[in-house]
Design a protein around this ligand. Structure first.
Ligand SMILES: [Zn+2]
Length: 90
């Protein structure tokens, strides 16, 4: 039995964080998983129109499943920022 930990991720029977859509494992629960995902990083400027037009140095990072390309998480960050890691203990 798997435990849902976000809108797109579960912890599977082997204790790994996995994609809810296809079951692709991203690493052990309790560890950062974003480095195992496919990263898309684009400037936030213009991403959603005029309200974001002054965010020249802010990036929109999106993390996709390597197995099925489902969007797993997203965050905004400055280029030099490390990934924002949510550690979930179940
Ligand atoms: Zn997947």
């Amino acid at each position: 039995m798997s435990t849902r930990i976000s809108a797109s991720l579960v912890v599977n029977e082997q204790g790994e964080i996995a994609c809810m859509e296809c079951g692709h494992a991203l690493g052990p629960a309790g560890e950062p998983w974003k480095q195992a995902a496919r990263l898309s990083q684009t400037p936030l400027q213009g991403a959603a129109g005029e309200p974001y037009s002054n965010a020249a140095n802010v990036l929109l990072r999106r993390f996709f499943c390597p197995g099925c390309a489902a969007l797993l998480d997203s965050e905004t960050a400055l280029a030099e920022d490390p990934f924002l890691n949510d550690i979930v203990h179940v």
